[in-house]
Design a protein around this ligand. Structure first.
Ligand code: SF4
Ligand code: SF4
Length: 110
């Protein structure tokens, strides 16, 4: 309960917040993103997607928009937005994130 109160307080004090969208049907539940999230905003679902995997669910109330989850996801299924109370959400996921991941994967195999 105390952790929940701390998270609520943190959300109110932050001028910039994050919002994560996940393409759950493409998620394979590898949990690389949950390990990368310092805010513990991500967790596995209890149910499975069409591929038979548990998928990731985001708690956007505690997301800071740090983008770590999107950077580590091998399938680029996460999109991160940064939100400001008085401004429109901005998509901060790099446009070429799939190419960046492909380059990393290719170079790590060599
Ligand atoms: S890293 Fe990507 S594929 Fe793996 S669990 Fe997270 S969202 Fe799903
Ligand atoms: S953007 Fe950062 S804080 Fe938000 S879910 Fe992803 S890793 Fe966690």
């Amino acid at each position: 309960m105390e952790e929940k109160n701390t998270n609520l307080k943190a959300t109110k004090e932050r001028a910039v917040k994050g919002k994560v969208e996940i393409d759950i049907q493409r998620c394979k539940g590898c949990e690389l993103c949950t390990d990368a999230c310092k805010e513990q905003a991500l967790k596995l679902s209890e149910t499975i997607n069409i591929k038979g995997y548990r998928y990731i669910i985001a708690n956007n109330d505690v997301c800071t928009g740090c983008i770590n989850c999107a950077l580590v996801c091998p399938d680029a299924v996460i999109t991160v937005y940064r939100t400001h109370p008085k401004k429109k959400p901005v998509d901060i996921t790099p446009e070429n994130i799939k190419e960046q991941i492909q380059t990393l994967v290719t170079s790590s195999k060599q």
